[in-house]
Design a protein around this ligand. Structure first.
Ligand code: GDP
Length: 597
């Protein structure tokens, strides 16, 4: 048995198995191996339970239970239904423990950041025998970098820019994220908009209405258009970044309904990292706007987040205006408060538009409202017109290919699929790609854009790639697929210029953080505080500060637990930006300035 199992199983377990199988070694082996896989399933179930528990209030025990099984990174498995499955980097609490920040960090890591991990299917737990052997083997393979094979076919030259213009009947693609405080009405607003655009058929809508009535939540019917899973419905919150497509006069919009619940901010970052523009929904009702706007509310945090992640244009839906009788004073009060804040957050006034709406009533969504309550003081655009008038962002089509994996799932065919937004360059079917990490190549067998197979896709497109010649187990959310000839850099140590948000505890050396970068969420430590910089000139005002406090600009060095694929901000804007989170809130936004090792 030792020969087969090596050191991966404790003596005790083997002895027990031999006794249980009445000294039949073959049976005993089977027993040990099957125990291993059962434990996997069990630990993934435990995970789910714990995550749910933690949203209410968790115990120390549950944390240690999690830690035991999560020291090893989670990896993906195929789904039973063949439907796609989210997965994410695991977030072990080790750094927190080591640095003595356990108690304060516990909450953040366990509640919301655990969500990132909870999308993962089955854990490969430390005790698992078979899987750990597999992991060992694949690790060994990993240590030998795969030589980059040259593509045998020469790429037929396509004029991507010209093709892009012709595509979609000349309509530009735009990725839109919907953000805002929980219950601001995001799902209702977008669900109703899709319904009015004819994207949801009457029968389905009727079904949602009936079901939501039955569940005693009639007012949620429109939100259900977007909140597809049962659990979301039960809780009445959107948990994943669901995606849908709709068209305006001049654009094809990929809609990402970002969740507003505090627990789910890491997913929201994923959505926002892929967005070009955003709709910020605020609740106009008395007291509600204020609740969302105060510290602790998500209006501010989401605003800062999307701006830091590169979104420059914003439509603010001042929603639930029916609740305040479409009062102009209330609208003005909200827009002036928000305006000041958004300006500070870095939005240009001319790039922010405010639209009074009622998501529930469907007013001012796809056509301008005819209601005299509104028309007597508002002559501006409806929400759809505003979305249509967003400027399409510059796409880096000329740069080397980069796609950051947002999702991995097993397809029916031989390969597997990854989804994500192409950040730079373009890709054609049949091309070879390099995944970093793990530094392995594969072939793109198919490309799907908006559920339709295409021959090529370019920067800005949100695609699904079918890949062959690589093991799905090697690919995590956050891996970057790139051009093998011009690979992205991978490191665990890098320097960055950061802007510290409104934090209570000053940041010191050794501070544990969660690095949110594109679709990655990775534990990291602030290794060095290099200097404090002048906010506007960028000059060094203090060298080697002892700590960093709110509002400061600084140069720091970060160390991640595992390698991440990064670019310098000056080379690839999209791939050189990140956020740092600690204890459940975003503490800084940063730009990569130097990649160390
Ligand atoms: P989300 O958490 O931001 O996605 O918010 P939901 O779309 O789930 O809506 C939260 C609650 O607000 C639900 O009960 C909705 O019916 C209600 N709601 C949404 N939009 C409106 C609106 O325009 N007017 C009123 N009166 N209620 C709304």
């Amino acid at each position: 048995m030792r020969e087969v199992l090596a050191e991966s199983v404790p003596e005790q377990t083997m002895v027990q198995a031999v006794l249980d199988s009445k000294f039949d070694v073959q049976k005993a082996l089977d027993l040990v191996l099957s125990q291993g896989s059962k434990q996997n399933v069990k630990s993934s179930n435990e995970d789910a339970v714990i995550v749910r528990k933690t949203t209410k209030g968790k115990t120390r025990d549950s944390q240690s239970a999690r830690m035991e099984s999560e020291i090893v990174p989670k990896i993906t498995k195929m789904t039973v239904s063949g439907k796609k499955q989210s997965m994410g980097f695991e977030v072990p609490c080790l750094i927190a423990e080591e640095n003595g920040h356990a108690n304060t960090l516990q909450k953040g890591l366990l509640t919301e950041d655990a969500r990132v991990a909870s999308g993962v299917l089955e854990t490969v737990s430390k005790s698992s025998t078979l899987s750990s052997q597999v992991a060992q083997i694949s690790e060994e393979q990993n240590t030998v970098p795969t030589p980059v094979k040259k593509s045998s076919k020469t790429k037929p030259q396509i004029d991507v820019k010209a093709e892009l213009e012709k595509r979609q009947g000349g309509k530009q693609l735009l990725n839109l994220v919907v953000i805002g405080h929980v219950d601001a009405g995001k799902s209702t607003l977008m669900g109703h908009l899709l319904y009015l655009l004819g994207n949801v058929n009457k029968r389905t809508m009727h079904k949602y209405e009936q079901e939501s009535k039955k569940a005693g939540k009639a007012s949620f019917a429109y939100a259900w258009v977007l909140d597809e899973t049962g659990e979301e419905r039960e809780r009445g919150v959107t948990m994943d970044v669901g995606m849908t497509k709709f068209e305006t006069k001049t654009k094809v919009i990929t809609l990402m309904d970002a969740p507003g619940h505090k627990d789910f901010i890491p997913n929201m970052i994923t959505g926002a990292a892929q967005a070009d523009v955003a709709v910020l929904v605020v609740d106009a009702s008395r007291g509600e706007f204020e609740a969302g706007f105060e510290t602790g509310g998500q209006t501010r945090e989401h605003g800062l987040l999307v701006r830091s992640l590169g979104v420059t244009q914003l439509a603010v839906a001042v929603n639930k205006m029916d609740q305040v009788n479409w009062q102009q004073e209330r609208f003005q009060e909200i827009t002036s408060k928000l305006g000041q804040f958004l300006k500070q957050a870095g939005f240009k006034e001319s790039d922010v538009a405010y639209i009074p709406t009622s998501g529930l009533g469907g007013e001012n969504l796809v056509t301008r409202s005819q209601s005299s309550d509104l028309t007597q003081w508002y002559k501006g655009k409806c929400l759809l017109e505003q979305i249509d008038s967003f400027k399409p962002p510059q796409r880096s089509v000329d740069k080397p290919f980069r796609l950051c994996v947002a999702d991995v799932f097993k397809d029916q065919g031989s390969g597997f699929c990854v989804t994500g937004k192409i950040e730079a360059g373009y890709i054609q079917v049949g091309e070879r790609l390099l995944a970093m990490p793990p530094n392995e190549t594969c072939t793109a067998k198919g490309i799907t854009l908006h559920d339709e197979p295409v021959d090529w896709a370019a920067a800005g497109d949100h695609v699904s790639l079918t890949l062959t010649g690589m093991d799905i187990i090697k690919i995590n959310v956050g891996c970057v697929f790139c051009d093998p000839k011009e690979p992205i850099k991978v490191c665990t140590r890098f320097r960055a210029r950061v802007l510290i948000f409104n934090i209570e505890v000053p940041i010191t050396k050794g501070f544990p953080v969660l690095l949110h970068y594109q679709t990655v969420s990775e534990p990291a430590t602030i290794r060095r505080l290099l200097s404090v910089l002048h906010k506007s000139t960028g000059e060094v005002t203090q060298k080697k500060p002892k700590f960093l406090s709110k509002g400061q600009n600084a140069l720091i060095e970060l160390q991640t637990q595992r390698p991440v694929a990064l670019e310098l901000y000056k080379d690839f804007k999209e791939l050189g930006r990140f956020m740092l989170r600690y204890s459940g809130s975003t503490i800084a936004a940063g730009l990569v300035t130097e990649i160390k090792e």
